[in-house]
Design a protein around this ligand. Structure first.
Ligand SMILES: Cc1cc2nc3c(=O)[nH]c(=O)nc-3n(C[C@H](O)[C@H](O)[C@H](O)COP(=O)(O)OP(=O)(O)OC[C@H]3O[C@@H](n4cnc5c(N)ncnc54)[C@H](O)[C@@H]3O)c2cc1C
Length: 294
């Protein structure tokens, strides 16, 4: 048995401590006032608290699903049945299988997670959402991850004992975009809150106002419906090696993945890049793999 010291009691530190404590003596130190790191819940007033980071988890790997089952039994976790409907199907025949799902949802709110992807923030540490109340004006609406409808189908077929074919098809309906711009002077000085403290976010262009108008979150324009198809052929050479040909987007389906939703970069003027594509779906690609296991 060893004496082990772990710095940090977030998900990572706690998981390691839990595993090591079965065989060793473990001490966990955290520089914060309480345990949990970015998965902790902060008490605000006597009966009021909020999730500081993690609100929900989406386990994918078998090992993690198994781990969460224990937490369900102990009533530490419970299922979140948000506002969505999922239909799934799966069917297997001798040489063929098909599986898929369709989702209808309504994902609304003022907060998409640790970042605000509309204004290009991708670092949990720099989002202005916590510090600047003016970011919340007209902020309730369809979130960037909302799609009215999503569906996917994937399957495989064993053409012979050594050759198989697989495919995956996905469809998602359009994303609802915002138009973000400057905060009009009225909201800085008077406005619904009777003016703002001197800490407002300055001259940023990430408010739910555009060209001087109120544009509530997600109500500016819609993006593209997106389709994607990937296929693969697998040729088994022997028990320890195979060749695989992956064809991503074989029909070269086109579509804009993301549009610019900053509407102005100088107050009152339409920015020429507003509603322009930021990224496209990946074009056709063929990847040849040879895999040998030792
Ligand atoms: C706003 C927000 C929302 C999020 N929402 C989700 C979500 O819905 N679903 C999801 O799956 N994930 C979400 N995440 C991500 C998730 O919170 C993190 O990935 C996860 O909690 C990280 O765990 P960790 O153990 O790696 O790090 P942390 O939780 O950051 O733990 C690190 C710990 O180490 C301590 N520490 C650091 N330095 C020292 C030191 N020198 N000495 C002692 N202690 C130290 C810290 O105080 C902290 O407690 C969100 C994150 C944020 C910020």
């Amino acid at each position: 048995m060893m004496d082990i010291c772990i710095l940090g009691s977030g998900v990572a530190g706690s998981t390691i401590a839990n595993l090591l404590s079965k065989k060793h003596s473990v001490h966990v130190f955290d520089k914060a006032r309480g345990p949990g790191g970015r998965s902790s819940n902060k008490r605000f007033k006597t009966n009021l608290s909020f999730d500081h980071g993690v609100q929900y988890i989406s386990p994918k790997s078998k090992a993690f699903i198994k781990f969460t089952e224990k937490l369900f039994k102990k009533r530490i976790l419970k299922t979140w049945n948000g506002n969505h409907l999922d239909f799934t199907f799966e069917k297997t025949w001798d040489r063929y299988f098909i599986s898929g799902s369709a989702t209808v949802m309504s994902l609304k709110g003022t907060y998409e997670g640790g970042v605000d992807s509309r204004s290009g923030q991708n670092d949990y540490g720099i989002t202005e959402a916590y510090d600047h109340p003016e970011s919340d004006f007209y902020n309730y609406g369809l979130l960037p991850n909302h799609r009215d409808f999503k569906a996917n189908v994937f399957g495989g077929y064993d053409i012979t004992d050594n050759i198989s074919f697989g495919y995956s098809f996905r469809y998602e309906s359009a994303r609802y975009y915002s138009c973000q711009g400057a905060l009009p002077t009225y909201y800085r000085t008077d406005g619904p809150t009777g003016g703002l403290p001197s800490t407002f976010y300055g001259n940023g262009f990430s408010y739910n106002f555009c060209h001087g108008n109120i544009v509530p979150r997600g109500q500016a324009f819609k993006g593209d419906e997106l389709y994607s198809l990937d296929t693969s052929f697998n040729f088994k050479i022997d028990d320890s090696s195979f060749i695989q040909i992956n064809m991503f987007n074989p029909f070269n389906l086109k579509g804009v993945d993301q549009y610019q939703n900053t509407g102005e970069v100088s107050a009152g003027e339409v920015w020429e890049r507003y509603q322009q594509p930021l990224s496209y779906v990946s074009p056709r690609q063929i990847v040849l793999e040879y895999v040998k296991t030792f």
